[in-house]
Design a binder for this molecule. Structure first.
Ligand code: GDP
Length: 524
């Protein structure tokens, strides 16, 4: 018998990994995919990295990220569960992409380097998860190297993140003596991830636990485990789901320790696909009718096929191959002829994806970030954010004959979320905005490679950009009329006010009390 929708939804776990660069996100991803059977050999991901020829800095960054070049979502199965792992760029210049991706997950795995603890990017990404009430499972990585004491790491999480911790496993030894993970509650051991099933033991003092350590370390280890059991907080599901408590696992992604413990934790504890807030109502994942939204667009994933993939999070129902869906922004129907599932190296056409799944929809520019697709209902999912750019530039083109081509190219890049594009009301050339400087390198490189448009950037006289709105009718029009030279329109034709400096913005905000100047806009 075919699986019911609610059974299928209940098996889904959709999550992202958040980490400071170098903590081990890529290595952990490879191992998760390996145990999930999505790749044969963990080395394959790296092999792929080396084949990709690149030039500029941004591409190097992408290459170093390896797997992310290939795809932004990876689907795999382990045990009874279907996992959708969404990749997030590690570099902070691509922060807006990361924030949008986090709108599409139900849980996050926070990877810490056991010697470094909480690092700046970890903190930032954690704050985004907290804002969205995303429950977090912690994986303390690199225990095979010189590490801090586990208690010290737990303290740091509690202090820096104001997050309760509940250690679930405990490392048996550290550094070169690291020899496995001990489950504090189940009294089981995994000596490495080669142990598919954990081994039942008599307690920390057993030969196959403390006995794995050099004699002089055994007593201290047994004491530590007893202390962890008595003094640490027990795991509490409600507190975890509300984002107040994180279960903590220890391991080494590189050396195959603790990764199975982690996958099982995601399966057991990460929430099933959550209900999504629409503009008119909340949509439950188990509703029969399909709804979904686009949180990311990726172009040219495969240089041999110039395609553009919209990544869609299914919010409810089943997204079936060949179905027609309504694109709510335009009211038009589109055919979902070839939705794709992504694995580590390949993609397959998906006959059906259910709520919680993330699929790629190939298209030629019909879909934009933030778009909602439904089976007819006029509902919009909000919350895929658009951040005011921090760097504004004019694009200079040496060949004036190509101005039209440039406009089209910039429009496409803006729809993909590579840059934001603003058209000044006074008709002067377009301004591009980015959150991080590397995004400008991406833009330049892609305009050259894909559109043969060599460009340079000129400093614009503006440095700040704010969306403007008002509850008072006519107020925005009045403001625009009074500031025509400082107004531009974004991709949706919404007006922004461009200021030369913070002082200028404060001055206008003081004078125009009925106008809201906002630094974040939800895509609609
Ligand atoms: P990312 O930047 O977070 O994706 O980090 P990577 O997965 O690329 O790892 C950064 C470096 O740390 C690489 O040289 C990895 O081989 C290494 N690494 C990752 N996990 C471990 C681990 O568990 N133990 C040790 N010793 N090295 C690790």
């Amino acid at each position: 018998m075919a699986e019911t929708l609610s059974d299928a939804v209940a098996r889904r776990r959709t999550f992202a990994i958040i980490a400071h660069p170098d903590a081990g996100k890529t290595t952990l991803t490879e191992k998760l995919l390996l145990f999930g059977g999505a790749i044969q050999l963990a080395g394959e991901v790296k092999a792929k990295k080396d084949r990709i020829q690149t030039r500029s800095d941004w591409m190097k960054i992408e290459r170093e990220r390896g797997i992310s070049v290939v795809t932004s979502v990876m689907t795999f199965e382990y045990g009874d569960h279907v996992f959708n792992l969404l990749d997030t760029p590690g570099h902070e210049d691509f922060a807006d992409d990361t924030y949008r991706t986090l709108t599409a997950v139900d849980a996050a795995v926070m990877v810490l380097d056991a010697a470094r603890g909480i690092e700046p990017r970890t903190l930032k990404l954690f704050e985004v998860c907290r804002l969205r009430d995303i429950p977090i499972i912690t994986f303390v990585n690199k225990l095979d190297r010189e590490s801090r004491n586990p208690f010290e790491i737990l303290d740091e999480i509690e202090e820096k993140l104001a997050l309760d911790t509940a250690p679930i496993t405990w490392p048996i030894g550290l550094g070169k003596n690291f020899s496995g993970t001990y489950h504090l509650k189940h009294n089981t051991v995994r000596r490495s991830d080669a142990d598919v099933e954990p081994i039942a033991v008599n307690g920390p003092e057993a030969d196959n636990v403390a006995g794995l350590l050099p004699e002089y370390q055994r007593e201290a280890f047994i004491e530590e485990v007893n202390l962890a059991r008595e003094a640490c907080r027990p795991f509490d599901m409600e507190s975890f789901r509300e984002g107040h408590l994180t279960p903590v696992y220890f391991g080494s992604a590189l050396r195959n320790f603790g990764v199975r413990d982690l996958i099982e934790a995601i399966g057991d504890w990460a929430p099933v696909p959550r209900a999504q807030e629409g503009d008119s109502r909340k949509v439950e994942a188990t509703e029969e009718k399909m709804t979904s939204f686009v949180f990311k667009i990726q172009a040219n994933m495969d240089p041999n096929h110039r395609d553009r993939i919209a990544f869609v999070r299914v919010c409810s129902g089943r997204l079936q191959r060949g179905m027609k869906a309504k694109l709510v922004r335009t009211g038009k129907q589109i055919s979902l002829t070839a939705p794709q599932f992504f694995f580590a190296r390949n993609r397959i056409t998906a006959d059906e994806a259910v709520a919680g799944d993330v699929v790629g929809i190939p298209n030629h520019g019909t879909l934009r970030i933030g778009d909602t697709l439904t089976e007819g209902e006029d509902i919009l999912f909000r919350g895929v954010p658009n951040f005011a750019p921090e760097i504004l530039r004019r694009v200079r083109l040496s060949d004036a004959m190509k101005a039209k081509k440039l406009r089209e190219a910039l429009q496409q890049m803006a729809e993909e979320g590579v840059v934001q594009l603003f058209s000044p009301e006074d008709g002067s050339p377009a301004i591009v905005g980015v959150v991080g400087a590397l995004q400008l390198d991406v833009l330049k490189e892609r305009l050259k490679m894909e559109y043969t448009l060599p460009v340079d950037f000129e400093i614009s006289r503006f440095s700040i950009c704010r969306w403007i709105s008002s509850d008072t009718k006519g107020e925005v029009d009045k403001f625009i009329a009074a500031h025509r030279g400082d107004i531009a329109r974004d991709l949706d034709d919404d007006p922004v006010y461009l200021a030369q400096h913070q002082f200028g913005l404060n001055y206008e905000a003081e004078r125009w009390k009925d106008i809201r100047f906002t630094a974040v806009k939800d895509y609609q």
